[in-house]
Design a protein around this ligand. Structure first.
Ligand code: SAH
Length: 368
């Protein structure tokens, strides 16, 4: 058991840090310096904070700690993608993925992407997703969400470069709303990494009450909706949370969602061979999205043992994409990155969980 009771400064935003210094009888202005050291420079020890007096550093070390995930394992894909297995303070493990920019993208302001987890496991149990098989263990704290960026950026020497962040790792961000939003505020803070919200994408199955809350936030990331089906029946089966928050209500919420000029909602649609990839599905999708500023990202299934679906042929994928494009819908097909190291969408599952039987978390969530 971990008996270190010191306050974890990596969990605090600047104003909470100011309060912590206050409580210690120290000037509040040090908060910005400390925040900078932790979030901008990625330091993990007070001793490295060279613009603070030795005495203050000692005092800080006695009262506080800087919680940082440890790197348990790194796997590098032939395409440059790196999957990190990270260890948390209570021994739980999560995965985070670094996806380098690709030459094909470089015409359009390409840059590297960090794919972050928001929970240990996931409660949503989407039928085609390996993480869903784990069930949910617990929420990540804001410090643990931000910590993934600090650790990956440090390991890859990217602290001073700009990058994108996608909340598409393990977990459902809108099922861990408060810590996720706090993490985004810390990431966006000008004293830290100053990641512009335009560079952050939150991907969700559509936990509706929290999607409505997101619509009122000052800090607004890009929104991606994991749609995957065009009928309530089918979505009930593929994305079980649909039984609680149905497709029609989800699309209504998307219609109302405040979008900045020129921005659009991305609809993710995993293509499952002969399940949801027919021309009728494609045409229904076009109709459903009418009136929404949308673009569609098709995700041909990443297959995995235990996932009872097949990846469609390229021909079927292209036929589906063409139907959308011909009807004026912007569509892209997600290139699958890091499949050889099991780092691609829906393939994140920690080893300890691979053996475990699925729990009952979704059932309890749906009942709540
Ligand atoms: N819980 C969030 C974010 C995590 S998943 C969400 O569902 O949006 C990121 C994307 O990968 C989601 O669209 C998810 O449906 C998709 N995905 C899951 N399993 C997949 C698989 N086996 N192949 C391809 N995409 C998958």
């Amino acid at each position: 058991m971990n008996t270190d009771l010191r306050t974890d400064l990596a969990e605090l935003d600047v104003s909470a840090l100011e309060d912590a210094l206050d409580a210690l009888g120290r000037p509040r202005f040090h908060a910005r310096q400390i925040f900078q050291w932790i979030h901008k420079h990625g330091v993990v020890e007070f001793d490295a904070m060279s613009d603070l007096s030795r005495e203050l550093r000692t005092q800080l070390g006695a009262a506080f700690r800087i919680g940082t995930p440890t790197v348990v394992q790194q796997d590098r894909s032939v395409d440059g993608t790196v999957k990190f297995l990270l260890g948390l303070r209570d021994g739980k493990r999560i995965e985070s993925v670094f996806i380098p920019d690709t030459p094909a993208d470089s015409s359009r302001d390409a840059r590297a992407t960090f794919c972050l987890s928001t929970q240990v496991g996931c409660a949503m149990r989407c039928a085609f997703c390996l993480t869903g098989k784990m069930g949910i263990d617990r929420n990540l704290t804001a410090g643990e969400i931000v910590g993934q960026v600090r650790v990956l950026a440090r390991e890859l020497h990217l602290l001073s470069s700009r990058f994108n962040i996608v909340l598409m790792g393990m977990g459902e961000p809108l099922h861990n709303y408060d810590e996720t939003m706090k993490a985004l505020r810390i990431l966006a803070d000008e004293h830290g990494l100053a990641v512009s919200p335009r560079r952050i994408t939150l991907s969700t199955v559509g936990v509706l009450p929290n999607l409505e809350r997101l619509a009122t936030e000052a800090l607004m990331p890009n929104l991606a909706i994991s749609l995957h089906s065009t009928t309530e029946d089918q979505r009930d089966r593929l994305v079980p949370v649909n039984r609680k928050y149905g497709l029609r209500d989800l699309l209504d919420a998307c219609r109302r969602f405040p979008l900045k000029r020129r921005s659009r909602i991305t609809f993710e649609y995993v293509l499952l061979n002969e399940v949801n990839d027919t021309p009728e599905d494609a045409r229904r999708l076009v109709k459903l999205l009418a009136g929404i500023k949308a673009k569609v990202n098709l995700l041909p299934l990443n297959e995995a043992a235990g996932i009872p679906f097949d990846r469609p042929s390229d021909d079927r994928v292209n036929r589906f994409a063409r139907i959308l494009a011909d009807r004026g819908v912007t569509v892209s097909v997600r290139k699958s990155r890091g499949r050889d190291i099991r780092a691609a969408c829906g393939q994140l599952i920690t080893d300890s969980a691979r053996a475990k039987a699925p729990g009952q978390q979704l059932a309890s969530m749906l009942g709540s």
